[in-house]
Structure formats: C-alpha cells, structure tokens
Ligand binder design. Structure first.
Ligand code: NAD
Ligand code: MG
Length: 393
C-alpha cells in the first residue's frame, strides 16, 4: 500500500487522480489533499477519501474548514495552511507518491519539495519544471526521485522510451521527439477574428476538458510551447530535436522517432485518467476507467505543421528555451499574468503574445544558479507584465 499526496486535488487533474485512486483502494491510501478556493469540493473529497491532512493556502479558510470537518465528525483530519504546509505534506515519510497538480508557478516550491524528498513525483504542473528547469532536474537526480510525466504528451513519450527509462536522461538513438498538438479551438479561425475572441470561446477546447488557465494556453498554443521546454528537460533533448506536430484528433498523444527509422506512438482516447493511471501504477499498469479506443469511430488521423504566425507563443517558447537561464521563467510568468488578464477581460486574446514578447525583450537575460534566482525572475516578469497592462489597457 502506497501513500499519496495530491497537490491541487480540487482541480481537473486532481479530480481525475482521485477517480483513478478510488478504483485501487488496495494500492493507494490518500495521505494529503490540498486546495486553494474550492472548499466544497475539498470537503466532499475529505468525506470520501479520509486523508490524514487537508491543506489550504489561507489560514481563515483553514479555520472555517476545520470547523466544517468537526461538525461532520471528521476532526481527525488535520487541517493545515500556508505554502510551507504544502511543502511539508509533499515530504511526509508516509507519502510515497506526490501528484503535482497545482496550476502555475504557485506549484513550484511544493513540487520541488517532493523532488528533494525523493518521492515518486507525478508531474502535471509543467510550469514548475519550465521555470526551474535544470535546477529541478538536478534535485531529482540528487535525491533519486522518480519523475513520472503526467502531461499526456510527455507521458506518451515516456511510454515510447526504452524499457527501464528514467526521466532526465538522454535515451540512445532517439532522433526526434514528436509532440502532438490538437491546435486548440482556433486552429481554423480567420486570423482577423482572433482579436475579438472571448474567454468562453478560448476555454471551449475541442477534445479535452481542463482548467481555465491551461485551456487558454491551448488556444494560444503556449501550452505546446511550455511542453516543448518540458520535453527538452524531461528527455534531455535540444529544442531542435523536439518537433510540434498538429494532430487535431488528439488520439496519438506523442511519438518518439528513433535513428533506425522506427517511430513509436502512444495512442488512446483523450482522457487524462490514462496518463494518470500509468504514472500511478508505474512500473506496472492498472485500470484507469477510460473507454477503449474505437479506431473505426476515429476514422482518420491527420497531421500538419504548426503555424508560427497564427501562434506566436510557440515561437516565443522556442526562443526562451534556446536562450536558457531565466528566460523560460520570464516567459512563463508573463504568460500567467497575460492569461489571467485575458480571462478577466482586461486584455485581448491577441495581446497575450505581445505582452510576453515585451517582457522577454526588456528583462536582461542571466543564468540561473538558485531557486531564489528563479523566483526573482518570476517576480520581475510579473511586475513588468502588470505594468504593461496598466499602461496599455
Ligand atoms: P485547475 O485550475 O483545474 O486546478 C488547479 C488546482 O490548483 C486546484 O486544486 C487549485 O485549488 C490549486 N491552486 C490554484 N492556485 C493555487 C495556489 N496559488 N496555491 C495552491 N494551490 C493552488 O488546473 P488543472 O487543469 O487541473 O491543471 C493543473 C496542472 O496540470 C497545470 O499545471 C496544467 O498545466 C497541468 N495539466 C493539466 C491537464 C488537464 O487536462 N487539465 C493536462 C496536462 C497538464
Ligand atoms: Mg499536454
């Protein structure tokens, strides 16, 4: 029996993780759940899964939550609060696996704590890896943590790697990683209509149901840009050998092209429970609850090259990973601010890449040697992005 801590249990990935975990009560025991705002959902999860700990960011919410649990006769669940408590529950000795499913840079420190503690780190939170890059991978190598990609593309690549592969190492004879991309809701929209799309349109993904931030990232293709950086780090590949392939059906989740001409693909329905179950059961397999793939219903698989003009964010992400140092953190932070402003209807969809490019041009590049350096670059980029919005908005 393994103990699991789910960072961000109330989100889309968190809910799918608990769905899979509930199918395997003989394999997993829920040790800790964490959330930011959705107390009702966290409460339901505590009633069903009886974790040892529930963590909220703010102490006022934690106090309210403690009282709710007490009234329900669940006072034995310990309610903690604060960023430090997230790091603490991710490193508890009774925790074997940590699902890193907080959205954005807020997940960096707790995910890093799990890596430092040598856990099985089930990584959904791509922003944490993009920001801290080589520093994060160095902690994984040092502690001997198993880094298991949950992002569907990276999980697919991982599954196409040689037996006994561990993330962070270059696999022999891999020529290219082919990251598939659905292209999001605006793949075929007229370019002159993009400036007037609404948050609702941007969040209506054709194939996946996800949190709002990653949905907007899919519409701008920044999601794929972050995933290119994620792939370079997870599989130790240079950006020239990570190629984006637009594949609107989202049935092939990614591919590995080997030097002998073999291309291995991982396929399945677009259901995040598949990569989640893979990471939870690794190195074995168990059921995910996903429907079997019906290839006759799919009918066709199409592929096309990405359009860097329609999706400037993809170009910016390649530029950031080539520049290295703080640039991926600058890109990520500016994107988080831009996406939040777009969701609040403070900037237009087409202003998102403009804002990110502004931050990448203004902030002086420098190498990163510490997490403090990463956090400083993150703050600098956020504040520059907010300033830009206030001046132009
Ligand atoms: P979501 O918005 O649905 O959930 C986010 C979770 O993080 C919630 O539990 C929320 O309470 C918590 N959270 C938010 N802000 C926080 C903060 N400041 N401090 C602590 N906790 C906070 O997001 P999601 O769609 O589940 O995505 C989670 C992560 O997984 C993202 O990094 C995303 O890129 C990645 N991911 C998601 C999918 C998907 O299908 N949803 C696929 C691949 C990767
Ligand atoms: Mg993905």
């Amino acid at each position: 029996m393994k103990g699991i801590c789910i960072l961000g249990s109330t989100g889309s990935i968190g809910v799918s993780t608990l769905d899979v975990v509930a199918r395997h009560p003989d394999h997993y025991r829920v040790v800790a759940l964490t959330a930011h705002n959705n107390l009702d959902r966290l409460f339901e999860q505590c009633v069903s899964h009886r974790p040892g700990y529930a963590v909220l960011l703010q102490e006022e919410k934690a106090a309210e939550f403690r009282e709710r649990l007490r009234l329900r006769g669940l006072a034995e669940i310990e309610v903690l609060s604060g960023l430090r408590a997230l790091e603490d529950v991710a490193s508890l000795p009774e925790v074997d696996a940590v699902m890193a499913a907080i959205v954005g840079g807020a997940g960096l420190l707790p995910t890093l704590a799990a890596a430092k503690a040598g856990k099985n780190v089930l990584l959904a939170n791509k922003e944490a890896l993009v920001m801290s890059g080589p520093l994060f991978m160095a902690e994984v190598m040092k502690s001997g943590a198993n880094l298991l990609p949950v992002d569907s593309e990276h999980n697919a690549v991982f599954q196409c790697m040689p037996a006994n592969y561990h993330a962070g190492r270059r696999a022999p004879m891999v020529r290219r990683i082919l990251l598939t991309a659905s292209g999001g809701p605006f793949l075929n929209k007229r370019l002159d209509e993009l400036h007037e799309v609404s948050p609702e349109q941007a969040c209506a993904h054709p194939n996946w149901v996800m949190g709002r931030k990653i949905s907007v990232d899919s519409a701008t293709m920044m999601n794929k840009g972050l995933e290119v950086i994620e792939a370079c780090l997870l599989f130790d590949m240079p950006p020239e050998q990570v190629q984006v392939v637009v594949h609107p059906q989202s049935v092939i989740h990614s591919m590995v092209d080997y030097g002998d001409g073999t291309v291995l693909a991982q396929m399945g329905n677009p259901d995040m429970r598949i990569p989640i179950a893979h990471a939870l059961a690794w190195p074995e397999r168990f059921e995910s609850g996903a429907e079997p793939l019906d290839l006759f219903a799919v009918g066709q698989l199409n592929f096309r090259a990405p359009d860097f003009e329609r999706f400037p964010n993809l170009r910016l992400a390649y530029e950031a990973v080539r520049a290295g140092g703080i640039m991926p953190a600058v890109l990520n932070a500016a994107n988080e601010v831009a996406v939040a402003a777009f969701l609040d209807q403070r900037i237009r969809f087409t202003a998102i890449p403009t804002l990110i490019e502004h931050c990448m041009q203004e902030i002086v590049p420098r190498p990163v040697d510490s997490i403090e350096g990463v956090l400083a670059a993150d703050r600098e980029s956020r504040s520059l992005a907010s300033q830009f919005i206030n001046q132009t908005g």
